[in-house]
Design a protein around this ligand. Structure first.
Ligand code: PLP
Length: 430
């Protein structure tokens, strides 16, 4: 038994399924990791992997970036928690607003889940309406309002809507289809006056990766504005992912509320929601909508976030785009050389491949991909020192620490793995 197997055996005794978040589980057991540096992570047995999961996205600078590590340890010497206003909160908010001007005012929370939960409560209170429209396959965290036809682990583990969500809550959510504006119009035609907000990821990142079709987000903006509903872009994954700012900024579309998480926390727990001052000033104590958090805006997260954003501001995202493109092209070529049809979607620092399908532009298309072949490739790559996202319905991330040689090493391993994985997958289906 490896040390990893041993630790996981003990984990199962304490945690449901042995994990503290379901996306971390995979058959037969997840690898227990111990440390990370740059593009690499190391497991408890000392094996090293090129990491394309990157903690599910926050680590765009790679593991243990020196500036972030130094900022955290410096803050830890001073205190880890104040429970009062602090200068670093203001400094981080300033950086965020400079990069995303539509976040005129904001609140720091501790996770993306909290950010979307509070953004939705705010939208409901602000509009005096209760209905939320979300997109099938978009994941906005694991609270009741949004855990309906969700993505990420819910899709991996086949849980369309979690038991335990009261029917009364589920009835306040209508589900439309991403990249299908007619499905949104149908809901608005039926019940526009009750719709508080449309929430969507501007780029779907929890069913693999699906970019928006031209015009889809712009149409969403128009429909919501026309009917007095708010538009919420959940940029927990996409914020600071493609450039120093939001996806909405790149697309030239201004949502009413933006939610952030992951990257601006520099690897420490964070969520942020923000938008027009007129909306945000309804939150307590400026207004009556209650939201609070012991650890919100804590100085360790603020320090890590400040260091991460300072670094990111200096960096050229086109380097990431070039490496992601060469990884994507290499994967496509290797799969096709082995007679496997594959769709590969990539955007600057994100990438996912979908064996068995030609196009991955919609939820309907990606759920018909050969997820078991993807998983087989993922599993076999572990033995070659590559750690991809463990599910077809997650996204692979690249960091500024990934080098050209990381990419070529990955592709070399992939070429070895694909024929074996393909045969094993076929054998299993017979
Ligand atoms: C788009 C999106 N929103 C919200 C969340 C929830 O964030 P957290 O895991 O920090 O609660 C996630 C998590 O991956 C996400 O991808």
């Amino acid at each position: 038994m490896t040390r990893s197997e041993d630790v996981f055996r003990r984990s199962k005794d304490f945690f449901p399924g042995g994990v503290n978040s379901p996306v971390r589980y995979f058959r037969p057991n997840p690898v227990v990791m111990e440390s990370g540096h740059g593009s690499r992570i190391v497991d408890v047995d000392g094996n090293e992997y090129i990491d394309y999961c990157l903690g599910y996205g926050p680590l765009i600078l790679g593991h243990s970036h020196p500036s972030v590590t130094e900022a955290i340890s410096d803050q830890v010497q001073r205190t880890v928690l104040l429970g009062t206003p602090s200068q670093k909160e203001v400094n981080l908010a300033e950086k965020i607003r400079e990069a995303i001007p539509s976040m005129e005012k904001m609140r720091f929370v501790n996770s993306g889940t909290e950010a979307t939960m509070h953004a939705l409560r705010l939208a409901r209170a602000f509009t005096g309406r209760s209905k939320i429209v979300k997109m099938e396959g978009c994941f906005h965290g694991s609270h009741d309002y949004v855990l309906i036809k969700s993505g990420s682990g819910t899709l991996t583990h086949g849980i369309p809507s979690s038991p335990g969500i009261p029917e009364a809550v589920a009835e306040t959510v209508a589900v439309a289809r991403f990249n299908d504006i007619e499905s949104v119009k149908e809901i608005f035609d039926r019940e526009a006056e009750g719709i508080a907000a449309v929430i969507t990821e501007p780029v779907m990142a929890n069913v693999g990766l699906i970019p928006p079709d031209p015009g889809f987000l712009r149409e969403l903006r128009k429909i919501t504005s026309d009917h007095g509903s708010l538009l919420i872009f959940d940029e927990v994954v996409t914020g600071f992912r493609f450039h120093y700012g939001s996806y909405s900024g790149m697309a030239g579309i201004t949502p009413d509320i933006t939610t952030l998480g992951k990257i601006p926390g520099g690897g420490m727990p964070i969520g942020v929601y923000g938008g027009r001052e007129e909306i945000m000033d309804n939150i307590s104590p400026a207004g009556g909508i209650y939201q609070a958090g012991t650890f919100s805006g804590n100085p360790v997260t603020m320090s890590a976030g400040l260091a991460a954003l300072s670094e990111l501001k200096k960096l050229d995202y086109s380097i990431l785009a070039r490496r992601t493109a060469s990884l994507s092209t290499g994967i496509k070529e290797s799969m096709e050389e082995n007679g496997i049809e594959v769709a590969v979607n990539s955007m600057i620092s994100m990438m996912q491949f979908f064996p068995g399908i030609r196009n991955a532009r919609s939820y309907g298309e990606v759920v018909s991909a050969d997820a078991s072949l993807y998983f087989r490739i993922f599993s076999d790559l572990l033995g070659h020192g590559v750690y991809l996202a463990p599910s077809q319905f997650e996204t692979n991330f690249l960091s500024f620490s990934h080098s050209d040689s990381d990419i070529s090493e990955t592709l070399k391993s992939l070429r070895k793995v694909i024929p074996v994985a393909k045969d094993a997958d076929r054998g299993k289906r017979k």
